[in-house]
Design a protein around this ligand. Structure first.
Ligand code: ASP
Ligand code: MG
Length: 413
């Protein structure tokens, strides 16, 4: 007998018909002799609707009350899911995050799970029930309801799978799995059978937002392999696991990010501490900086460029204003018409020529590279926004990621 965790996202429980499909999956798993824990999100866009309701009453609603409010969405789903399972003649019990023993810190709306007390969960499972747990929520030491950040039901599911040492964890969602790139942009994109945790993390942070990143980090830390599967049809989806036993490819996927901006500060004094002050000020505004490039300096001054999300531009400008004045830097220039293309693959660690292949295909397409950044398993370039989509296609194809092309991309080990 295996212990299986199934997670159904908002789109997989959006209406009674979808709830029925999810319920039938849980029952089928139970009927085949397994213990089943089901984690559900709020139905459809319910969380957004709840947030919107609060905003109509207050421009900045109290964070504790927002957690109280947002947690309602998942609580509806668990009760309805239990009812749908009862209708099929099976025993099921719904549990809130607190009832399921999910203890968090007290940071409203982005609480972190500190510990899971599985006593109640185990008792319910042993009595032969399907256990339905509200995703995205927990409880702090003072019994306040907390939430885990948008998309947090993924984290609930993975954390429960880790705590219960589940044999399997299936994340049912509205996509068929993880793709070599966004199939809405590149129709040739192919579903990936297996992907490494690190590749998945890089792709998630690069715009392929299938799951909450934190959930993948937890899966990696506790070695919880899981599948991303379509809720609406029969497919194995994509297995997310560690690299061992995986085919070695240079590039597993390509991501396009179109919501960033490039900020350049001219004439920064080339002296110790200047960069620390600039990026210190930016960090204090909670702005995430991605690529940073400092030019060669001439006459003791240099230009400094970096990228931030476009929504973070006002905060980044605010952060830089004082430092620029204090340090006596020149102009701050912003370029919002940029796109970032990244290739990701753990196989890059062991293969050479990957960067060259990427840069060559861009050159053949007349694309000028404005910035480059690399990690062990990723290469990103910043280019002009107008060339983003075509470059994505070209890069995707040069690494043989399209349909029917997988053979070329498999390297001898
Ligand atoms: N319902 C929450 C949200 O929409 C959590 C989740 O869906 O995972 O963010
Ligand atoms: Mg949701």
């Amino acid at each position: 007998m295996a212990l299986v965790v199934q997670k159904f996202g908002g789109s997989s429980v959006a209406d009674p018909a979808k709830l029925q499909i999810a319920a039938s999956r849980a029952c089928a798993e139970f009927e085949s002799g397994n213990s089943v824990v089901v984690v559900v999100s709020a139905m459809g866009d319910r969380t957004d609707e709840l947030i919107e309701l609060a905003r109509r009453l207050h421009a900045e609603p109290d964070p504790r009350e927002m957690d109280m409010l947002m947690a309602v969405g998942e609580q509806m789903s668990i009760a309805l899911m239990a009812i749908a399972i009862h209708a099929r003649g099976f025993e099921a019990v719904s549990l809130t995050g607190a009832q399921a023993g999910i203890h968090t810190d007290n940071v409203s709306s982005k609480a972190k799970i500190k510990q899971i007390d599985t006593t109640r969960l185990r008792r319910e499972l042993e009595s032969g029930r399907i256990v339905i747990v509200a995703g995205f929520q927990g409880v702090d030491v003072e019994d306040n309801i907390t939430t885990l950040g948008r998309g947090g039901s993924d984290t609930t599911a993975i954390a429960l799978a880790a705590a219960l040492k589940a044999d399997r964890c299936d994340i049912f969602t509205d996509v068929d799995g993880i793709y070599t790139t966004d199939p809405r942009m590149v129709p040739e994109a192919r579903r990936i059978d297996r992907i490494d945790y690190d590749e998945m993390l890089e792709l998630a942070s690069l715009g392929a937002r299938v799951m909450q990143s934190r959930s993948v980090e937890i899966a990696k830390r506790f070695s919880v392999p899981f599948r991303v599967r379509p809720g609406g049809k029969d497919s194995e989806g994509t297995l997310v696991t560690d690299t061992e036993e995986m085919e070695q490819v240079d590039v597993r996927g390509v991501a396009l990010e179109e919501n960033e901006a490039k900020v350049t500060i001219r004439d920064v004094p080339d002296s110790p501490g200047a960069a620390a002050r600039i990026f210190g000020a930016i960090a204090r505004e909670h702005v995430n900086v991605d690529i940073i490039v400092q030019n060669v300096s001439a006459q003791g001054i240099t230009d400094l460029s970096f990228t931030v999300r476009q929504d973070d531009l006002p905060a980044a400008r605010r952060a830089c204003a004082d430092v620029i004045r204090d340090l006596g830097c020149g102009q701050l220039e912003v370029d919002e018409s940029i796109a970032k293309i990244s290739i990701v693959g753990v196989g890059m660690k062991n293969h050479t020529g990957v960067a060259e292949a990427m840069f060559s295909v861009l050159a053949e397409n007349g694309v000028n590279i404005k910035m480059i950044s690399t990690s062990e398993i990723r290469i990103s370039v910043v280019i002009d926004a107008s060339q983003g989509r075509t470059s994505l296609e070209a890069v995707h194809s040069v690494f043989g990621l399209g349909q029917g092309e997988e053979e070329d991309n498999v390297k001898e080990q």
